[in-house]
Ligand binder design. Structure first.
Ligand code: AOS
Ligand code: ZN
Ligand code: ZN
Length: 424
């Protein structure tokens, strides 16, 4: 299924008048907007292959129909999203859920949809059929060397897969940890994990990055071996210049100051990238910006400030990805909403009056500092995000057009109602 550019053009035609009115008003509020719009056009957020099907919970799963049955169909789905918003120009694969049979064909298909291959993800949190050793008691941390060797070999295999596709980074998320006090010697678990990571790191090509994701809990509920940013930082610092910490917004203890974590990791040159989502209780992967949009804005505020201070390219120098799971929504609609939420937060951060903020901070003018941030957050920047889409040939209202074109119905006709996405 493909979306005709004429359909996008006529959708935009219908909305253009009211859009232009909003844009004029936004520009009158913000002032210089061209620079912001260009940055929004350049910004791309990778879509994880596992977010295109309904995730479900351990209690049940309610498939939505027309879900991708293969890697090819996952690429087609991301292609549809990218056609609608021109902001989802990359896919992140999960090995072994997404092993290609024909690499060149997969690369060609991705290129047809203007998609790049973002970070490849390894999986040592599930046992696969035919695997010699179980990960029940951890992978890279395991007390049994044979298990560690198997998990290391898997990660190296994932790097090879990524090289074949033109990916340039590996994301390692470990379920490793313990369920009960006393189960694990923390120091030995750390040492084993470090040694294992060193072997994987040694297999990275010179232009690659390794992202080490942390998570405070789940699936282990007493300890996680890479539980927080300090622990991830301690590993990546020892590993070397190609290793970075990855921040998944859903992986913190309640009330953690994620924007401060981001700022300091950036300063230490150890921030690698993001898994965007939102959450109320834990890693429940709600739509990015659905619950705590002010937090998302504050995170982007630190990103823009810190990246500009280091002369970094916003679009290229960090890995931007969504990590989400969907129980009741059409996953494609949710992803469009997530991208929009992220873009809005980024646009708000770009509109912050940084000079005025710096002056207020240096004068210890707490009220003015807060006013500057809140003013940026409360200014409606959606017309800027829409304008970025318009200029790059995408839809003014992606979710609206997705519905008008009955994309899901088309996918169900093509693929059938009872489809099961590969993966979780
Ligand atoms: C797990 O909680 C992490 O967020 C992972 O990044 C990710 O969800 C997983 O690798 C996908 O299976
Ligand atoms: Zn994640
Ligand atoms: Zn997660």
């Amino acid at each position: 299924m493909l979306i005709d550019s004429n359909k996008i053009a006529s959708h935009n035609e219908d909305l253009i008048k009211s859009h232009k009115n909003k844009l004029v008003f936004t520009a009158s509020e913000i002032g210089e907007t061209e620079n912001i719009i260009q940055k929004l056009i350049d910004f791309q957020i990778a879509i994880p292959s596992w977010a295109l099907g309904t995730g479900g919970t351990r209690f049940g799963r309610f498939p939505g129909g027309g879900e991708p049955r293969s890697l090819e169909e996952k690429i087609e789905d991301v292609g549809l999203l990218h056609t609608l918003n021109n902001a989802s120009g990359a896919i992140s694969l999960h090995i072994p859920w997404d092993i290609p049979t024909d690499y060149q064909a997969i690369k060609n298909l991705a290129a047809q949809h203007n998609l790049k291959f973002d970070a490849v993800n390894s999986n040592t949190f599930q046992d696969q059929a035919g695997q010699a050793h179980s990960y029940k008691f951890g992978s890279l941390q395991n007390v049994n060397k044979a298990v560690r060797k198997q998990a290391i070999a898997h990660n190296i295999e994932v790097i090879q897969q990524g090289i074949a596709l033109g990916s340039e980074s590996l994301t390692v998320w470990l379920a490793d940890g313990s369920c009960f006090p006393g189960q694990l010697n923390f120091r030995k678990a750390y040492q084993n994990t470090l040694e294992s990571l060193e072997e994987i790191y040694a297999a990275l090509p010179s232009n690659w990055k390794m992202y080490l994701e942390y998570k405070c809990a789940e699936p282990n509920f007493y300890s996680t071996t890479v539980a927080d940013w300090g622990q991830s930082y301690s590993y990546v610092k020892k590993l070397g210049g190609k290793a970075f910490t990855l921040v998944d917004l859903g992986h913190h203890l309640p009330n953690a100051n994620i924007e401060q974590i981001v700022s300091l990791l950036l300063m230490e040159e150890k921030l690698g990238g993001f898994h965007f989502n939102d959450s109320k209780y834990g890693d429940d992967d709600l739509t990015a910006g659905a619950l705590k949009p002010y937090q998302l804005f504050l995170i982007f505020n630190e990103l823009v400030e810190g990246m500009d201070a280091r002369g970094m390219n916003h679009a290229k120098d960090l890995g931007w990805m969504i990590d989400a799971s969907h129980n009741v929504k059409d996953p494609m609609e949710d992803l469009l909403q997530s991208v929009e939420g992220i873009m809005v937060a980024y646009a708000q951060a770009l509109s912050v009056d940084r000079k005025a903020l710096e002056i207020a901070q240096n004068e210890n003018d707490v009220v003015t500092s807060q006013e500057i941030l809140q003013n940026a957050f409360r200014t409606d920047v959606r017309a800027l995000v829409a304008e970025a889409r318009l200029r790059s040939g995408a839809a003014l209202n992606p979710v609206g057009l997705y519905r008008d074109l009955a994309v899901r119905k088309g996918l169900i006709t093509e693929r059938g109602f009872k489809t099961v996405a590969t993966g979780l």
